[in-house]
Design a protein around this ligand. Structure first.
Ligand SMILES: O=C(O)c1ccccc1N[C@@H]1O[C@H](COP(=O)(O)O)[C@@H](O)[C@H]1O
Length: 220
């Protein structure tokens, strides 16, 4: 994707919410999407019922994203039924058929921390033809996301013909530089806007949004 950057607005996804009040504030501050984590082992994992309650705190025109990592099919179905996310995000070894099987557009997270075998742009498209976009995250293949660590942004494949989201260790302090360096469709952050896992910090969310807006004014 190589969009014109004139009047460009980098989309912002805040992920890993556990409290409805944080969701409300994130929407007021200008988040485009709010993520709920259902990946086993995550400190931010919530039950479908909790996510459903938080979804009701979403402002109009803000997307709900449900995040999984090799979850059983029935768990994903239950989340789709209860939470009605507008987008799914898969961080495990799921294939395209699995990801498409829920009838909801999906993002496929790509591990950028290890070997980059098969991550040539055309190979990505062939592996995930049904993906609405890709999310480049810092973990190694088989590792977990939400680490708060960055990866070498130069490793992002050039010429991916779908929107991509930059993730992994993005914070209010580096998001300006990250956007200028990679020109992503959007940025996704979990740890960088928290005071503790799952607890979002209002000041950090505000600073993050301000820095994204500053970067968008800078990009030509
Ligand atoms: O947030 C989590 O706990 C999580 C667990 C398992 C897979 C992904 C997870 N989060 C996603 O990881 C990236 C980067 O997060 P961070 O900003 O480095 O903390 C982001 O896409 C989160 O949505």
């Amino acid at each position: 994707m190589n969009p014109s950057r004139t009047l460009y607005r980098t989309r912002i996804k805040f992920c890993g919410f556990t409290r409805p009040g944080d969701v409300r504030l994130a929407c007021e501050l200008g988040a485009d999407a709010i993520g709920f984590v259902f990946a086993a082992g995550s400190k931010r994992r919530v039950a479908p019922e909790e996510a459903r309650a938080m979804r009701q705190a979403l402002a109009p025109l803000v997307d709900a994203v449900a995040l999984f990592a090799d979850n059983p099919v029935d768990e994903v179905r239950e989340v789709v039924r209860q939470v009605r996310p507008s987008l799914l995000q898969f961080h495990g070894n799921e294939d395209d058929a699995y990801c498409r099987g829920f009838g909801v557009p999906y993002l496929k997270a790509i591990a950028m921390g290890g070997e980059l075998a098969g991550q040539h742009p055309s190979a990505l498209l062939m592996r995930y033809p049904g993906a609405a976009g890709f999310l480049f995250d810092s973990h190694a293949e088989g590792g977990s996301g939400g680490s708060g660590k960055t990866f070498d942004w130069k490793r992002i494949p050039v010429g991916v013909q779908k929107p991509f989201i930059l993730a992994g260790g993005i914070t209010p302090d580096n998001v300006f530089e990250a956007i200028l360096a990679t020109l992503p469709w959007g940025v996704d952050v979990s740890s960088g806007i928290e005071s503790a896992p799952g607890l979002k910090d209002g000041d950090r969310m505000r600073q993050f949004v301000e820095e994204v807006r500053r970067a968008d004014c800078h990009v030509e």
